[in-house]
Design a protein around this ligand. Structure first.
Ligand SMILES: Nc1ncnc2c1ncn2[C@@H]1O[C@H](COP(=O)(O)OP(=O)(O)OP(=O)(O)O)[C@@H](O)[C@H]1O
Length: 259
């Protein structure tokens, strides 16, 4: 009996991207597949992690190579497909909350769920379940967004991104304002939910330990390319590139855990 594995939904092939000067990314290949385990990206500040996320979202001009969504080049999507792409591929960045701060959390989530239903992408989860996905107590529903701490706002941004049952979630440092213990708990819940929803997750973070724990495949980005890829134990065991050595030196606890 033959089994067919799902095809990647978002794919970068031999990607070269820059901002006018020298290329920031060179020859990047990356595949994100619904139902597959989360993929992690780590790298020093300025390595090009956010640039990669922006390129995957179709927000940057591609110099060479392609980014494709369901096999079609993102920069050439029709208006209709672009709308689908925007609902299917969601991102949460460090300061990713773009809503009226006077709203209550409940209003924000209910509004997002209504929009998702209209777009035919409701995920069947209630406001309470979505808050629980990001470890926010039910009592947060009546709080105004304005009154939330930075970390709580980041958690709300994640809950809002989940409302559309995204096929792909691109997380660029999504939990920087959350303390490390809670970060692990939220990431665990988020991984459970995205697994249930079949959402492909890309996790970009400085927190090497967190990325290693959640992502069986981790890419180390340096000098615009992936200089090492694999599970973190293998990456550290075979640390020859200075960027990987530097990463290991900067995260001794992660090395201990994954060695
Ligand atoms: N809009 C822009 N215009 C010109 N150069 C940019 C722009 N955005 C980023 N860069 C440059 O591209 C390179 C990669 O930046 P990027 O933000 O992708 O790195 P990063 O790995 O996400 O860094 P960090 O971890 O500090 O967020 C850096 O040299 C940066 O200065």
């Amino acid at each position: 009996m033959s089994t067919t594995s799902p095809a990647p939904i978002l794919r970068a092939t031999d990607l070269v991207v820059g901002y006018g000067g020298p290329a920031v990314l060179q020859g990047i290949d990356l595949e994100l597949t619904p139902g597959a385990a989360p993929v992690g990206i780590v790298g020093e500040s300025g390595a090009g992690k956010s640039t990669l996320v922006e390129a995957l979202l179709g927000r940057l001009r591609i110099r060479e190579g392609h980014v494709t969504f369901e096999g079609r080049t993102v920069s050439k999507l029709s208006r209709r497909d672009k709308k689908r792409f925007r609902a299917a591929v969601r991102t949460v960045a460090q300061n990713g909350l773009d809503i009226d701060l006077r709203w209550t959390v409940e209003r924000a989530v209910t509004g997002a769920l209504t929009d998702a239903r209209k777009a035919g992408r409701a995920n069947g989860r209630s406001v309470a379940e979505l808050l629980d996905d990001v470890a926010l107590e039910p009592s947060f529903a009546s709080r105004t967004v304005y009154s939330l701490s930075g970390g709580e706002k980041q958690r709300l941004a994640l809950a809002l991104a989940l409302t559309t049952r995204p096929d792909v979630l691109l997380l660029d440092e999504p939990l920087t304002a959350v303390d490390p213990a809670m970060r692990g708990e939220i990431a665990r819940r988020l991984t459970d939910t995205t697994r249930k929803l079949g959402t492909a997750v890309l996790l970009v973070s400085h927190d090497v330990e967190l990325v290693g724990r959640l992502c069986p495949t981790v890419h180390v980005l340096a000098d615009g390319t992936f200089v090492a890829s694999g599970d973190l134990a293998a990456v550290f065991a075979d640390a020859t590139h200075p960027a990987v050595v530097g990463l290991a030196e900067a995260a001794p606890l992660a090395v201990q855990r994954f060695a």
